[in-house]
Design a binder for this molecule. Structure first.
Ligand SMILES: [Zn+2]
Length: 420
């Protein structure tokens, strides 16, 4: 009798595109009401960029504040994928729906998770650079740090190919000439042929344009530190710089990193330009931080878990800091109740780089972390009208301030719709 062999189930290699997709789609299947699985774009070599959006009864044009968590802008930093996925995993497994049997009870964290799921939408993009990760997993014909751009157009991957995606964002792209990034295609820090030239960068920019993230964490490895914008030397941060102050709150009193280093806030480690945190900050006012989560990528499961747990307070504290305040949020609408794309400014904060931070187009929503309790003036401006101002006194809380702009000023159409 012929033996019929069972097809062998092969688990995809950790960090491979199959593994990432399987991880996210398994969660989506298990938690359909809490998640949307969206391809936000494709890499140079055609690999999808997957995003999992998470929130209670999540909808396509969700009106809640959004927070971005991403990993692997640099394909060699594969452990940054675990750090980004940790937030998604905790939010889902501790949601109270389909609880995992292996989970140790943690009433405090469970309570927090239920609040975050209710109040926020968290966008998790674990791999921004799938071509680089592929290279890292399959040998080094080219730098796994960079994406898959075929710099010399010879139709195959070789040593000099690729763009450093975290030097490609358009805010002050190439500002420091050859000090912050490189104009040379062969360099590991090649900034690309133009600002925002890469499909991966563009996918992240479209997502940000659609969502206007209140906050963002970009996970990297190679060091242990939190970088607060602006990262670029000789570019002046808003004053007061609430992004720096919040970053210090997120790291205050944390135990030493398991790899033996205190977790501190810095502006940069060496000169850089074209980074995602500076772009998100400059373009939208997002409280965008870069988190270097490990000096070297841990390979053993135990070590991975230890480092993941050590870095977890950074995102849990960030979510709480936004919701607990001091912070302000609201919507701007016109006389007919339509969402308005308006500039929202905290008058007490000086902006030094001609930043114009607008409401989210689809619903007129805005979010601002405030540097501390106190009195603030929220000013809303639309072209051709006198600005509206509102004085607020904020303690340790999140204050809602809505505005109605007289007449009808909404164009009714948004340049970027939420993906999916
Ligand atoms: Zn990196």
């Amino acid at each position: 009798m012929p033996l019929v062999s069972q097809p062998e189930v092969v688990e995809p290699v950790r960090y491979s595109e199959e593994w990432v997709h399987k991880t996210l789609s398994d969660w989506h299947a298990r938690y359909p009401k809490l998640t949307r699985l969206v391809s936000i774009g494709r890499s140079h070599e055609g690999r999808p960029l997957w995003a999992l959006a998470i929130g209670k009864n999540i909808r396509r044009r969700d009106s809640r504040p959004t927070i971005l968590i991403n990993g692997a802008h640099h394909g060699v930093e594969t452990f940054s994928i675990d750090l980004a996925l940790d937030a998604a995993e905790v939010l889902l497994l501790r949601s109270g729906e389909q609880p995992a049997t292996t989970l140790r009870p943690d009433p405090t964290l469970d309570r927090k998770v239920r609040r975050w799921l209710k109040e926020l939408v968290v966008w998790c993009v674990p791999v921004v650079n799938p071509d680089g990760v592929w290279t890292s997993l399959h040998g080094f014909q080219r730098s796994g740090r960079k994406n898959g751009r075929d710099n010399n157009d010879n139709g195959k991957p070789d040593r000099g190919d690729g763009v450093d995606l975290n030097r490609n964002y358009p805010f002050r792209w190439g500002f420091l000439a050859d000090k912050g990034s490189s104009p040379l295609p062969d360099s590991a820090y090649f900034r690309g042929p133009a600002a925002g030239s890469e499909p991966e960068t563009q996918a992240m920019m479209r997502l940000a344009d659609s969502e206007h993230f209140a906050a963002s964490l970009s996970f990297h490895t190679g060091n242990v530190t939190v970088l607060a914008p602006y990262t670029i030397d000789n570019v002046t941060s808003p004053s007061p710089n609430e992004a720096w102050l919040v970053a210090e709150e997120l790291t205050a009193g944390l135990p030493r990193h398991p790899q033996g280093k205190d977790i501190t806030v810095r502006r940069n480690i060496y000169p850089v330009d074209g980074t995602d945190q500076d772009y998100l900050r400059g373009q939208f006012g997002t409280l965008a931080l870069l988190v270097e989560g490990a000096r070297r990528d841990p390979t053993q499961a135990d070590a991975r878990r230890q480092v993941t747990l050590a870095m977890r307070p950074i995102w849990t504290r960030l979510f709480d800091r936004y919701l607990d305040g001091p912070s302000v949020f609201g919507v701007v609408r016109d006389g007919k109740g339509h969402a308005v794309s308006a500039e929202v400014r905290i008058v007490e904060q000086t902006l030094n780089e001609q930043e114009r931070w607008l409401t989210r187009c689809r619903d007129g929503h805005y979010d601002r972390f405030l540097p501390g309790p106190g009195q603030y003036t929220v000013q809303v401006s639309v072209p051709g009208q006198a600005p509206l101002v509102r004085q607020i006194t904020v303690g340790k809380e999140r204050v809602r301030v809505d505005f109605t702009v007289e007449g009808v000023v909404s164009s009714g159409r948004c340049p970027s719709e939420p993906p999916g």
